[in-house]
Write a protein that binds this ligand. Sequence first.
Ligand SMILES: NC(=O)c1ccc[n+]([C@@H]2O[C@H](COP(=O)([O-])OP(=O)(O)OC[C@H]3O[C@@H](n4cnc5c(N)ncnc54)[C@H](OP(=O)(O)O)[C@@H]3O)[C@@H](O)[C@H]2O)c1
Length: 262
Amino acid sequence: MARLVLITGSSSGIGYEMAKVCAAKGHDLIVVARREDRLTALKQEIEQTYGVTVWPYAADLTDAQARQTLFDWTQTLGQPLYALVNNAGFGLLEPFAKTDWEQQNAMLQLNIVALTHLTHLFMPGMIAQGQGRILNVASTAAFLPGPYMAVYYASKAFVQSFTEAIASELEGTGVTATTLCPGPTESEFQDVAGMGELEFFSGKLPTSAEVATFGYQAMEKGERTAVHGLVNNLLVFATRLQSDKALATMMKGFQQPKGSPN
Ligand SMILES: NC(=O)c1ccc[n+]([C@@H]2O[C@H](COP(=O)([O-])OP(=O)(O)OC[C@H]3O[C@@H](n4cnc5c(N)ncnc54)[C@H](OP(=O)(O)O)[C@@H]3O)[C@@H](O)[C@H]2O)c1
């Protein structure tokens, strides 16, 4: 039986490419996102190319009941989950005081609560099986404060800290938890976040396929924190040498939206 992987946020970007990387390794897949048409197209592409089984599952993961229903449905498949890839997430570029609370709350629900809830639902089954993989997608944003994307950066700091802690709890169980930290990457992320005009997102970025391949390898090896790319690793190292205040000032310069007074 092919080992089953569930990937959230698989209708575009890193999650979409992660689905293809996993399929190429022979995994059956559950692909989750809101845009069902994209998931159905992904199923067709993957099943034809790789001969594995793909279950598309349309859900808004900010909804707690939808997450529980997803978990309950997976229990009817008769195939235990080998790996959970908590990839769905989004950011917003805007001065915090001007943000819409509903959007900020949705970000917290998706980036933090959904990831934590799905981990809580699936982890006991993996431990009982004596094997499993959890891959939580954070960001290099996890390592520093991010003015004008304050909630997003803080949400990724949560993901990194949470995943490192459960990875420690999981030692000796056969289950591992890995944090994937991409830097700026080609995907729909920038458009969704309204970051299109920022200079540090211009130029040639790594592709989602490159990041997904790197993340899959780190997950399979059971690495704890996997930062993608040399420049990002240097950046993360440099954050250890600076005060949070200095880092916030630097990021404020990089991320200041056009027309923002300060
Ligand atoms: N791209 C970057 O520069 C970058 C850098 C560091 C970290 N990351 C992280 O990488 C992860 C993947 O992002 P990406 O770059 O691949 O961006 P993306 O192309 O925008 O993909 C985001 C995915 O999340 C899904 N999603 C959004 N809201 C959802 C919801 N309420 N319920 C279920 N699924 C939802 C989207 O699908 P639907 O819209 O169909 O629901 C989509 O499949 C995110 O956690 C992001 O924070 C990205």
